[in-house]
Design a binder for this molecule. Structure first.
Ligand SMILES: [Zn+2]
Length: 281
């Protein structure tokens, strides 16, 4: 039996990414062109065509504005989980602010979906050494799993010392953390999802998934709806490095995702979390 890997989509607008937070004011968000419904719809079509199920880590901000989209995700058999309210990084909040953010996002997602939300992904993988209290708050708020850690060194995120595979971050709670998959080359960890997948040849990500599956562990992969949208507005004031990363190879993404879906076994993150929890017991 092939190992079933976790497939996830971080549902946010093209203007809500960490790379643009210094040039796009949150106060301007409501005036910008919304493309998340159309882009996520295209992702749902792609998943229906390839027959895969996935988890959609969705902003409360999106759920409050696009409840029909949330219902569509659930009706297609996917999991709706939380990505916080408005993409504020966890390590920039106090524990109390984080708790309020979790509650507001969950209320919006559960109202729109009619399902219980048990999973969380921190914006920009922002649970790291700067937020050592975050898992405790998640456990107290009743989450079953988190997929919020990137065990990698990156200029915007990362907790290189974190475990590479599923772990229980707390001694007295069942909460499990499913770090996003990194490939190991010698002693180095290399990201495999999101922009990395879009910018580099698929062969690298395929190799990383196989490397993890050969150890009998599931890979955790993610991408964003805006990554399949070559027609999104361009942010002229963004730093050149951010623009290069954000706009490169958007047109190639759908084809690469179809290929990735066909080559490996994929499923929802809640399923992966349950199997990993049983293994860790
Ligand atoms: Zn995000």
């Amino acid at each position: 039996m092939p190992v079933e890997n976790g497939l996830s989509v971080d549902v946010e607008e093209w203007f809500q990414v960490g790379a643009f937070e210094r040039v796009i004011d949150k106060a301007d968000w409501p005036r910008l062109q919304s493309r998340v419904e159309a882009n996520t719809g295209a992702v749902l079509d792609l998943f229906a065509e390839t027959g895969v199920k996935a988890t959609f880590f969705t902003l409360g901000w999106v759920a409050e504005r696009c409840p029909v989209l949330i219902r569509r995700i659930v009706a297609a058999g996917h999991e709706v989980a939380s990505h916080g309210v408005d993409h504020q990084r966890v390590f920039t909040m106090t524990p109390d602010q984080f708790r309020i953010d979790l509650r507001r996002a969950r209320a919006a997602l559960e109202d729109a979906s009619g399902t219980r939300v048990i999973g969380y992904r921190a914006p920009s993988f922002s649970i790291d050494a700067r937020a050592p209290w975050a898992h405790q708050v998640l456990a107290e708020e009743g989450y079953a799993y988190s997929s919020s850690v990137a065990p990698v060194r990156h200029d915007h995120y990362g907790w290189p010392e974190a475990p590479r595979f599923a772990f229980r971050p707390l001694a007295d709670a069942d909460l499990i953390e499913l770090p996003v998959t990194v490939a190991r080359i010698g002693n180095r960890h290399l990201a495999t999802g999101g922009g990395f997948f879009r910018l580099f040849p698929s062969a690298l990500t395929n190799w990383a998934v196989r490397q993890v599956n050969a150890l009998d562990r599931p890979a955790i992969f993610y991408f964003h709806p805006w990554e399949i949208d070559p027609g999104q507005p361009r942010v002229a004031r963004a730093p050149i490095k951010s623009k290069l990363r954000h706009y490169s190879r958007l047109g190639a993404m759908s084809g690469k995702l179809r290929q990735l879906a066909a080559v490996h076994a994929w499923g929802r993150i809640d399923g992966v979390a349950m199997r990993e929890a049983a293994r860790l017991r």
